[in-house]
Each structure stands twice: as structure tokens, then as C-alpha cells.
Design a protein around this ligand. Structure first.
Ligand SMILES: NC(=O)c1ccc[n+]([C@@H]2O[C@H](COP(=O)([O-])OP(=O)(O)OC[C@H]3O[C@@H](n4cnc5c(N)ncnc54)[C@H](OP(=O)(O)O)[C@@H]3O)[C@@H](O)[C@H]2O)c1
Length: 323
């Protein structure tokens, strides 16, 4: 076994949708020394506890996939918790990683860091060019801070301490480990539940909110994990060739988007629902398009592998395993 496969890799948030996919990916690649802690074992908002953890464990690498995550309702209702928890988690993990000699760290953000009216597709250079979507602004500000903390540590300590902290910004994700809550879930898990329940009930039609015309981009979570490990493992010269010192984050998208109409028919097919699909244009549509540019990542040599139909079939199997 090579020395690299024995590195001690801490995956923060390993029980979450993305963290668990990163663990799966690392295990498949043969990494055998993966370090994890559940939320109840280690509260990452607790500075002293995080310091003690790094002091004891001294990992070689960190994937920072722990975050307080939620939908529009949760973000609107608990804005203080969203900004406080996320700033604390990322500050504690990044600073203690640095203090305890971690050379490589990957911070996970989100496409909500980009301005509400950013030109489409959204490139990395759209960051800090306009006002954010108000509903999740506190969360987005924390994520922007995370990118800037990584960049600032690289700028101040990169040369002297040999650290290289990177950031990836995924588009909408779906797949195993998703949240299928009836009221509180993202569009794909919500549609999977609705079409599944309609199939079981032999319902003649499923009504979808809005016109069906908005376009959205979706990436299967195992692709996201693969992209995360790919970016972490890139050599510094290659990574630097597509990033800038003060614009160092990398988008991770599928590469193309679909209309909500197309998505609804794809989910119906994956779940085996054969009734009608209707749209209610009196309900709000949201932004007409949200699509990330993945040009930087493509130029670095990575593209998504799992198409929507295969991803939805696998996601539906995951749903069935939990319901
Ligand atoms: N899912 C998406 O569509 C999506 C899209 C773009 C970006 N992302 C990004 O990917 C990252 C991970 O998201 P996810 O979807 O995997 O979220 P998730 O399923 O909610 O997982 C987050 C994990 O972090 C843990 N955690 C939260 N606060 C913690 C704390 N104070 N101490 C220790 N652990 C804590 C959670 O544990 P508990 O559940 O026990 O609290 C959970 O296991 C986030 O940065 C998110 O912004 C996700």
C-alpha cells in the first residue's frame, strides 16, 4: 500500500449526504485511515473541543463537509443559527487544522454564494459582484467567509507553512443520504416522495407548482464526492493554473441544466409513476435559471459521470431503502 493511502484523513460531517459520499469515494480508492466524529461526539462549534480533537488526532488532510444546512423555511426562521454555527464550525476547523499542521484542506460551499442576479452560467468571478438572495444571505455570507478564510491562510502561511487550503462550490445535489421530508426537502427528493406516493395510491395526476419552465442544474452526490477528491488531489501547479490567489474557489456542476418539466417526467419515470403530470402556473416559479459554469473544473480534467436518469434511479432505490 502506498504511503498516500495511509494518510489520516478527517472527513467532518461524515454522516451527512456529501460527507458520507466522500467517505465512500475515499474507501473505494483504498484510503484506509479515515477519521470521523459524529456531531454528538464532537460539536464543531466548540472551539476547545475542536482544538483538543486536532491536538490528539493530528490528521494529515481535512474534508470540511460539516455545516448547518437547511431549506428556505429553516434559513428564514433561524438566520442567527445559520450564520453563527457555520462561521464557528468552519473557523474552528480551518484554524485548528492550520495550528496542528494540516497541509491540505477542502472547504465545501454552495452556489448560493453568488449574487441573486448573477449572469448565467455563474462563473467563479461572479463572487462578490452583487446582492445575495435575501432568504439565505446569512448562510451564504458564512460560506463566502469560509472561502476567504482558506484564501487568507494560504496567502499568509502558504509559503512559510506549506499549506494549501481549497474550496469547492457544488450546484444542487441529490442522491443517497438526501432529506426526503414531505415539507422540508429540496426539489428532487420532494418529487421522488410525491411520485412514489402517487404511484402507491394509483393517483391519476400529480400537480407541480409553477409553470415547469425554470431551469435548474443537478449533480449526483457521488459525482460531487469524486470531484472533491479530484480537487484535493490535484498538484498545486495544476490547481493554481485555473485559480487566482483571491479567487481560488472552484464550481462543481453537472455541466447542463433541465427544466422543471423535464425533471418531473424524469422522476416519474424513475419511480414508475404512469399517471398525468400537471403544472399550476398560479404558483411562484422562482428564478428562471440557476446554472453554474464548470469551465474551470473541466479544464482541470474533471466532468460529471452520472447522468440524471441513472442518478434518479439510484436515488429512488435509496428512498425505498428508508421508507
Ligand atoms: N445537499 C446539497 O444539495 C448541497 C448543495 C450545495 C452545497 N452543499 C454543501 O455541502 C456541505 C454538506 O452538505 P450536506 O447536504 O451533506 O448536509 P447534511 O446532510 O446536513 O450534512 C451535514 C453534516 O454536518 C454535521 N454538522 C452540522 N453541524 C455540526 C456541528 N456543529 N458539529 C458537528 N457536526 C455538525 C451534521 O450532523 P447533524 O445532522 O448531526 O447535525 C451532518 O452530518 C455543506 O457545506 C453544504 O453547503 C450541499
Amino acid at each position: 500500500m502506498s504511503k498516500d493511502l495511509n494518510q489520516k484523513i478527517y472527513v467532518a460531517g461524515h454522516r451527512g449526504m456529501v460527507g458520507s459520499a466522500i467517505v465512500r469515494n475515499l474507501q473505494t480508492k483504498g484510503f484506509s485511515n479515515i477519521l470521523t466524529r459524529t456531531h454528538s461526539e464532537l460539536d464543531l462549534t466548540n472551539q476547545a473541543a475542536v482544538e483538543a480533537f486536532f491536538q490528539t488526532e493530528k490528521p494529515d488532510q481535512v474534508y470540511l463537509a460539516a455545516a448547518k444546512v437547511g431549506g428556505i423555511h429553516a434559513n428564514n426562521t433561524f438566520p442567527a443559527q445559520f450564520i453563527y454555527d457555520n462561521l464557528m464550525v468552519q473557523n474552528n476547523v480551518i484554524h485548528q487544522a492550520f495550528t496542528h499542521g494540516v497541509k491540505k484542506l477542502l472547504f465545501l460551499g454552495s452556489s448560493c454564494i453568488y449574487p441573486k442576479l448573477a449572469p448565467q452560467p455563474m462563473g467563479e468571478d461572479a463572487l462578490l459582484t452583487g446582492k445575495l438572495e435575501p432568504t439565505n444571505e446569512p448562510y451564504a455570507v458564512a460560506k463566502i467567509a469560509g472561502i476567504k478564510v482558506c484564501e487568507s491562510y494560504n496567502r499568509q502561511y502558504g509559503q512559510t507553512h506549506g499549506i494549501d487550503y481549497r474550496s469547492v462550490m457544488p450546484t444542487n445535489l441529490y442522491g443517497p443520504g438526501d432529506n426526503y421530508h414531505p415539507e422540508n426537502s429540496h426539489v428532487i427528493p420532494a418529487l421522488i416522495r410525491r411520485f412514489h406516493e402517487a404511484k402507491i395510491a394509483n393517483a391519476p395526476e400529480v400537480m407541480i407548482w409553477g409553470t415547469g419552465t425554470p431551469r435548474r442544474e443537478f449533480l449526483y452526490v457521488d459525482d460531487m464526492a469524486a470531484a472533491s477528491v479530484f480537487v484535493m488531489e490535484l498538484d498545486k501547479t495544476t490547481y493554481d493554473s485555473q485559480t487566482e490567489r483571491m479567487q481560488s474557489h472552484i464550481n462543481v456542476g453537472f455541466g447542463s441544466d433541465v427544466t422543471i418539466n423535464e425533471l418531473a417526467y424524469a422522476v416519474a419515470k424513475a419511480t414508475g409513476y404512469q399517471g398525468n403530470i400537471c403544472f399550476d402556473p398560479s404558483k411562484p416559479d422562482g428564478a428562471p435559471r440557476k446554472w453554474m459554469s464548470s469551465e474551470r473544473l473541466n479544464k482541470l480534467g474533471w466532468t460529471a459521470k452520472i447522468d440524471l436518469a441513472s442518478g434518479l434511479t439510484a436515488a429512488y432505490q435509496d428512498f425505498l431503502g428508508h421508507n
